[in-house]
Each structure stands twice: as structure tokens, then as C-alpha cells.
Design a protein around this ligand. Structure first.
Ligand code: ACO
Length: 322
């Protein structure tokens, strides 16, 4: 009998502080209408000074564990996707393990920028399908606001903070149907974040802020996400009409609309959170999944396509029967 990874609980956390487009337009040369028209974003959340990726991950994780009615000690593996870890090491996964008080499990981080949660889901699925793990906690947690140069209007309008979590359990009933992950390291210059402290001498003067050639990233993202829709459907012998929900990475409404069009799907079947969250990098897909499940739009038995694209470039998808 095939062994599947089934979604048994989800959770999410958004910090309290709201930063609106209006507020940003008081410090850089932009406007609420430009940001809404070009991105779909109206506001984003900003983590408090005492918050970290692991503190936000803990809140989202506890929600997912409670939703699954699971004893945390049953969790075999914790995978945290983050580009903003509390420390270089220990991993945010280990810090989360400690916060959750779980003694007997393995914990580590994955770094795939905005595609991190899809990469983490893919790894989790391999562990469950192979029988190496029965319950896996996957969390995406990001404090993007601390990697953003708030004087750069090309990036500071886009990003926000938050954490999303999903608990996967081994099941005989269908869950994750397939995952597809890809990388192409050729595109470093289009989107990167320097790490001055460990950079070679020639690069030490670069500030540790996100640097992005947005328009070029945009074009590659639209094409690549179109291809991953085809790849995912073909791998499952499915048609566009077999997919009930699209849960995309929340980078830009225009990128998401292009993917929905590829699926011949109405925007009513897309879980959109970016309006009030912005791009929360590896947290965004899991935050959107959590929202769609908790508000009752995504129902058991429905087919859900998760997808993301990010620095690297990295991109991927997960097709799930919820
Ligand atoms: N306000 C007003 N004008 C602006 C702003 C702003 N915030 N930003 C740029 N502009 C101007 C530009 O200077 C340019 O002016 P010009 O025509 O006089 O030269 C004009 O607007 C158009 O600029 P573009 O960069 O072509 O604008 P575009 O429509 O591409 O939108 C955006 C920019 C929103 C950044 C878009 O390109 C985008 O969303 N890119 C993809 C981002 C993404 O998906 N990243 C991957 C995930 S992130 C990760 O992995 C960490």
C-alpha cells in the first residue's frame, strides 16, 4: 500500500505591527496606488524588536500541533525554512525543537529563499514515504523586514514578516501526491542578500540587504511557474480542471494571476494573502495554506497546488489531496 504524507494540522502567526503603503511612501519616493497596481500589496506586518524566526515559528507550530491533536513527542523531524535564522547556528530548527520541549527528534533548516517551504515539504514527504519518519513538522518563518533596505523603493515595498506551519502525518489515504523542486544557480546577480561578516574582502563593503533586479526576476518567475504547472499536472496525469485551489507564493498579484491563467483557474480559487502580508518569503505558502484551511475554503478531498519561486533561483511545487 502506498504511504502518503497527509496534512494533519496547520498554523500561522503574523506580528502585530502593520506597516502600510502610506507609511512607506512618507520615507521613499513611491505611492499607495503604485504599490497596489504593480504588486497587489496594501500593508505588511513587521516583527517586534524582541521577536525572532524561532519565536514566531513556535507560535505557528503550536497551532499546527494543536489542530492535529498531536503529542509533540510524536514528532520525528522538524524542518524550518528560513533565510533569517536567529543565529548562524544552532539552526532555527534546533531552537524551535528546544522551544517545543521535544527531546527525541531531528531538527534542521533549509535555505531556498522564497521556495523554502516547498523544499521543506518535499524533504518531509521523502522521509514519510520511505518510512523513516511518521510525523514531520514543517515551518517557514521569516523576519524579512530586517533584511530590507528601507531606503530602496524597489524592495522595501514588497516584504513582510510572519510564520506558517504544517504538521504532516503518515497515512494510507492520499495526501501529498507529488513534489517538484528545482534550482538554477546562474541567476545569483538578479536576487541576493550579501553576508558582509563572512564575505571575501572584495565584497565586505556590501551592506547585508536584499538586492533585486525586480523586473528581470518577474519575467523569469512567470515563465518558470508556468512550466512547473505543466510538470506537476503531467506527473499526476491531471488536467487543469482537476485542481481545486492554487496556494501560491505571495510575491506579486500579477505573477500569481499568470499562474492562475495557466491553470485556467478563476482568481476565486486562489488563496491570496499578500494584500495585507506582502511577501513573507518561505512563510508565505504555509500562511496561505493555513488561512484557506482555517476559513473553510479548502475542504478535505480537494486537490491543492502549492508553488513558489525565489532567489537561487529556486522554484517548486507540491500537489496535495487535502
Ligand atoms: N514606486 C514607484 N515607482 C517605482 C517603484 C516604487 N516602489 N519601484 C520601481 N519604480 C519605478 C522604476 O524606477 C521604473 O521607473 P522608470 O520607468 O522611470 O525607469 C518603473 O517604476 C518600472 O519599474 P520596474 O522595475 O520595471 O517595475 P515592475 O513593474 O517590474 O515592478 C516589482 C517592480 C514590483 C519589484 C516587480 O518587478 C516584481 O514583483 N518582481 C518580482 C519579485 C519576486 O518575485 N521576487 C522573487 C521572490 S523574493 C525572494 O526570493 C527573496
Amino acid at each position: 500500500m502506498t504511504r502518503y504524507s497527509r496534512v494533519i494540522g496547520t498554523g500561522g502567526y503574523l506580528p502585530e505591527e502593520v506597516r502600510t503603503n502610506e507609511q512607506i511612501s512618507q520615507t521613499v519616493d513611491t505611492s499607495d496606488s503604485w504599490i497596489i497596481e504593480r504588486t497587489g500589496i496594501k500593508s505588511r506586518r513587521i516583527a517586534g524588536a524582541d521577536e525572532t524566526a524561532s519565536s514566531m515559528a513556535e507560535i505557528a507550530a503550536r497551532q499546527a500541533i494543536a489542530a492535529a491533536n498531536c503529542d509533540p513527542e510524536e514528532i520525528d523531524l522538524i524542518i524550518v525554512a528560513t533565510g533569517t535564522p536567529d543565529r548562524v547556528y544552532p539552526s532555527t530548527g534546533c531552537l524551535l525543537q528546544r522551544r517545543l520541549g521535544i527531546k527525541n527528534c531531528v531538527a534542521f533548516d533549509v535555505q531556498a529563499a522564497c521556495s523554502g517551504s516547498i523544499f521543506a515539504l518535499s524533504i518531509a514527504d521523502q522521509y514519510i514515504k520511505s518510512g523513516a519518519a511518521k510525523k514531520v513538522l514543517v515551518v517557514g518563518s521569516e523576519i524579512c523586514s530586517r533584511l530590507v533596505d528601507w531606503t530602496d523603493r524597489g524592495t522595501c515595498i514588497l516584504f513582510g514578516d510572519g510564520a506558517g506551519a504544517v504538521l504532516l502525518g503518515a497515512s494510507d489515504d492520499a495526501g501529498i501526491l507529488s513534489t517538484h523542486i528545482h534550482s538554477d544557480g546562474e541567476y545569483e546577480e538578479l536576487l541576493y542578500c550579501p553576508n558582509p561578516q563572512v564575505a571575501i574582502e572584495a565584497n565586505k563593503d556590501e551592506a547585508g540587504y536584499i538586492k533585486m533586479r525586480g523586473n528581470e526576476v518577474f519575467k523569469v518567475a512567470v515563465n518558470t511557474l508556468g512550466r512547473i504547472v505543466d510538470e506537476t499536472l503531467a506527473a499526476n496525469n491531471m488536467q487543469q480542471s482537476d485542481v481545486d485551489w492554487l496556494v501560491p507564493h505571495q510575491a506579486n498579484t500579477r505573477i500569481i494571476a499568470a499562474t492562475a491563467k495557466k491553470l485556467k483557474m478563476s482568481m476565486n480559487n486562489v488563496i491570496l494573502t499578500l494584500e495585507n502580508q506582502g511577501n513573507t518569503s518561505s512563510a508565505s505558502v504555509l500562511l496561505a495554506l493555513n488561512e484557506g484551511i482555517r476559513d473553510g475554503r479548502i475542504q478535505r478531498g480537494q486537490v491543492v497546488l502549492l508553488e513558489a519561486f525565489g532567489a537561487g533561483f529556486t522554484w517548486g511545487s507540491a500537489l496535495i489531496k487535502y
